[in-house]
Design a protein. Sequence first.
Length: 185
Amino acid sequence: MKKAVFCITQTNDQVERIVSELKAAGFSNNDISVLLPDKTSEHEAGHEKHTKSPEGTAIGGTIGIGTGAVLGWLAGIGTLAIPGLGPFVAAGPIMAALGGAGVGAAAGGLTGALVGLGIPEYEAKRYESRIQGGNALISVHTETSEARSKVEDIFERANAEDISSTGEAEPKRYSSPGPSEPRHY
């Protein structure tokens, strides 16, 4: 079962470094999502642009050429306006979640879309406020605990913040005792 690992970054340099390291580590461009404010489009917040440019050239000027090229490797990149939050650049599965959810409608805006991606609601609200403050969100869908550990290491080396995984905050369920624990029948 796929689980996602999430983090917040404060700079585009962190985004570039993390996405480059994830690519080098063999993660699929279909499993990595990035959501960051489109800082150049604030005067045109009502204008929506969409692109699936494989080179990321359409967004290169809005977020910096290096970041545009790095994000261009990701699947489904484009810009979208999130009601109440403004214009954003999104790439990967989060782009489909935000675009398909009719962001701002009954989905509960960005928080609703994040919850739909498997983030616990309290985390989603915290991420939304961090994103609103100008930070970027990165998530990586993983298949194994080894892959999750690798992603967490990459996030930590880049000094990312608020690192968490889906499922982490779930309440503990009853599990059978381990081999060293007595069994009661």
